[in-house]
Write a new protein. Structure first.
Length: 287
């Protein structure tokens, strides 16, 4: 089976709320406006409330309280809105995964951290084009959840093989199926009709040289993953490990010093709790 065939077979298992799907359609339409998008989101009160919590968190640190969805859209823009809508709902799409297969709290903790690092790297490297990188980082490993949900028996075999061999999950999955979680994740994001600038970096996160239209974004995600791998084992107590190995890193023609990377990783660590407490409160218990 191809990643696309697996995703088609999971259509009823992994889906987004109607309000998010409709909002995504409007976000892609040049004829839509802030009022229309706001009305769609307001039809789902729980979604609207979670969105406003994110906008009013330290993630943005606006000087005044934002009390309406339309005002939030005006302030953060449509690209950023898409990221927040997905962040506010994607954890619910995979709410039934057996805990013995994966610790979902740790999974979302790592994913949020990677998203924050990716966004901060994009702000340094791409200036005003950073909006989508938080979502790209947040969803970079969603293919692992697709595999566990759609192919549970194969996933159990892969997890067992990883534990026995010490190989990486991505390597064992590719050996077993002919493709890895990155391809599965990209196929899911594409099926949700998200823009290519979101799913192409996910697909080529481990081979950024293969990216076509969004090579710069893919390089950023690749570096964000390396930073996350350095820090992630110690996220619980905030320690930063092994960042020295990434000192003086080149990113899309820009040289980043070890000091800059440490500052960036530390800032993401502080912000991680604020985002987690809104999109997946249980994950904050691991701090």
């Amino acid at each position: 089976m191809t990643p696309e065939e697996i995703i088609k077979g999971m259509h009823n298992l992994v889906s987004l709320p109607d309000a998010v799907l409709r909002a995504n359609e409007l976000l892609d339409s040049p004829k839509s406006n802030v009022r229309e998008i706001g009305e769609v989101i307001n039809h789902d009160p729980a979604l609207a409330a979670r969105l406003l919590k994110l906008v009013n968190s330290a993630f943005y640190s606006f000087p005044a309280q934002i009390d309406s969805v339309s005002r939030a859209i005006t302030l953060i823009g449509t690209d950023e809105l898409r990221s927040l809508l997905m962040a506010a709902t994607v954890t619910d799409a995979f709410g039934d995964i057996p805990p013995e297969m994966i610790d979902m709290d740790v999974f979302w903790h790592r994913s949020v951290y990677c998203g924050l690092v990716a966004k901060k790297l994009a702000l340094l490297n791409l200036g005003g084009k950073a909006e989508s990188l938080f979502l790209t980082g947040l969803l970079h490993d969603i293919g692992r959840l697709v595999l566990i949900s759609g192919l549970p028996e194969q996933a159990r075999e892969i997890v067992q093989r990883v534990e026995e061999s010490g190989q990486k999950f991505n390597e064992v999955t590719t050996q077993r199926l002919g493709f890895g979680p990155a391809e599965l994740g990209a196929a899911l994001l594409e099926s949700w009709q998200l823009p290519k600038k979101l799913w192409e970096p996910v697909r080529y996160q481990n081979q950024p040289e293969s990216a076509d239209d969004y090579a710069a974004e893919t390089n950023i995600l690749n570096l964000a993953l390396k930073l996350t791998d350095c820090v992630e084992p110690e996220l619980k107590d905030g320690k930063l490990q092994d960042l020295e190995a990434l000192e003086d890193t080149e990113l899309n023609g820009m040289q980043l010093t070890g000091e800059e990377l440490v500052m960036l990783a530390t800032a993401a660590n502080f912000e991680c709790f604020e985002v987690l407490v809104i999109i997946n409160p249980r994950a904050t218990l691991i701090f």
